[in-house]
Design a protein around this ligand. Structure first.
Ligand SMILES: [Ca+2]
Length: 497
């Protein structure tokens, strides 16, 4: 045994008694309620910074739990990010690198590990890995989903593979009803893990009628960064007029496009109002779930996770949608309530989607998945962890179906963000790089990448990015990506919007 391995084992023995779930409290394994929202920006939640969206029930969970101030996705796209949450792996390793790839059924996931540890598991709602597949997936004893994106009203769900059946009503409440029905079943004294995949607040945004006009009086402007693109790579200006730009169709909220007139902001305002409206229903759902746990006496023995799968740009840098490495694209809300981890805390360390699987496995006392990229934040949350990561890799691969974002390889440290745009064929980068000082310039208004005084820093960050990539198995030889064919002006195929 080499010294490093000995030291690792020795350290494990030292910290084992502190671990949250030990053999002694098998009988009290916590339940897990994991609510995964779709495309939810942190600042569309009251307690996470929204001035206008009131979310008292989510705020209550945050007040009684832990708020992660710096929580990120490693790829800002629905299916890859969901697969990273389940596996603890980056997208190239689990293989779901776009929204059309089926999740590999043989892959180890945290729900499978929980099942092996005696948990009863369920998934209800939007799964969205495998566009046309609504059949049950391994790792879940109960499985309800639908094909594709689902609809805000009257979605055809498939319950345990029994066939499609339209369930009338508003999606957010329908899945909450189904979730509570499942919770009420007899679980034979087993601990349980329930994942709810909310559709909201994914485009196209349709609030339920009672919230349709909730924000009529709120003025929404394009963010200042939308008009400040001169020091950015040129692809960002090209994106302005596309499906993913603020002058484009805005998920049908603008009928005549492109429109870069000042009056055009009204369509943008309507879009944002509708997005916010869908979040209000999420808050109601969280309230019902919280109340059910409270009434059934299981509140404090349940790990409640409230999270988003990826971020969403709402006008920042002139963009809508996600995919890029900019802050609002990569930031995801993460709120966790589990009294054993503490109450009323806020953590500033950077945690990632790939950390969820190892964390929940540790909290459940289940068998770890080996060789994954994420790490459990249970110790960090319970009492701190001086060795926690200081930087990490973000990446995204160009999609020819959505040619509005280049290949992205980026490094985010606690202070800096460095973004590269590889061509895809090993030739020099396709676009100018970006560098932001996140402490001085959290909105990423000033690109410092070409400033001579930062040349040395750029070199260092470029090297650190290469090392971060290597740490997850990505080298010049193995990092395969499509050729960046540039920003397209055409609309995406109607079937995949
Ligand atoms: Ca998503």
């Amino acid at each position: 045994m080499n010294f490093a391995r000995f030291f690792f084992l020795f350290t494990c023995l030292l910290i084992a008694p502190l671990s949250i779930a030990t053999a002694a409290d098998q009988a009290k394994k916590p339940n897990i309620l994991f609510v995964l929202c779709d495309d939810l920006r942190p600042d569309a939640v009251g307690c996470l910074g929204s001035e206008h969206v009131k979310t008292p029930r989510i705020d209550q969970i945050a007040k009684e739990g832990i708020v992660f101030n710096n929580s990120f996705c490693t790829t800002s796209l629905c299916s890859p990010s969901r697969a990273s949450i389940l596996t603890g792996l980056y997208a190239h390793a689990h293989g779901v690198t776009d929204n059309f790839t089926e999740f590999p059924t043989e892959m180890a996931t945290f729900p499978k590990r929980l099942q092996d540890a005696g948990y009863e598991t369920a998934y209800i709602g939007k799964y969205h890995m495998g566009e046309d597949n609504d059949q049950p997936r391994p790792g879940f004893d109960w499985f309800v989903t639908h094909k594709g994106q689902g609809k805000y009203f009257d979605t055809a769900f498939n319950i345990n593979g029994q066939g499609e059946k339209v369930i009338e009503g508003y999606y957010t409440h329908v899945v909450t009803d189904m979730a509570i029905d499942w919770l009420e079943k007899d679980h034979a004294d087993k601990p349980w893990c329930l994942m709810i995949g909310q559709k909201a607040p994914h485009s196209f945004y349709f609030p339920e009628p009672k919230y349709e006009h909730a924000f009529d009086d709120v003025e929404v402007k394009y963010p200042a960064t939308a008009f400040d693109l001169d020091d950015n790579p040129k692809w960002m200006k090209k994106r302005l007029y596309t499906w993913h730009g603020i002058y484009g169709p805005l998920f049908d909220w603008r009928k005549d496009f492109p429109d870069d007139s000042p009056e055009g902001v009204k369509a943008f305002e309507n879009m944002v109002h509708a997005y916010w409206g869908t979040v209000l229903s999420i808050d109601d759902s969280m309230g019902r779930l919280y109340d059910w746990l409270d009434k059934s006496g299981q509140l404090d023995n349940t790990v409640i996770v409230f999270m988003g799968d990826n971020g969403l740009l709402e006008g920042e840098h002139g963009m809508v949608d996600k995919r890029t490495a900019h802050e609002m694209s990569i930031r995801v809300p993460l709120i966790v309530r589990y009294p054993k981890l503490g109450q009323g805390k806020a953590l500033d360390q950077q945690v990632l989607t790939v950390d969820m699987a190892p964390t929940l496995i540790e909290l459940a006392g289940a068998k770890p998945i080996e060789d994954i990229h994420g790490q459990s934040w249970a110790k960090l949350a319970a009492g701190g962890d001086d060795d926690w990561r200081k930087s990490w890799l973000y990446y995204y691969n160009y999609e020819k179906q959505f040619p509005y974002t280049p290949n992205v390889r980026a490094l985010r440290t606690d202070r800096w963000k460095f973004i590269r745009y590889p061509h895809g064929d090993g030739s020099p980068d396709r676009h100018m790089a970006e560098l932001y000082d996140l402490k001085a310039d959290p909105e990423e208004g000033t690109n410092l990448a070409e400033k001579p005084e930062h040349a040395k820093l750029v070199k260092q960050l470029r090297q650190e990015l290469t090392e971060q990539m290597e740490s997850v198995g990505l080298t010049a030889a193995t990092d395969k990506m499509p050729i960046d064919q540039g920003i397209g002006s055409e609309l995406p195929d109607e079937k995949i919007r």
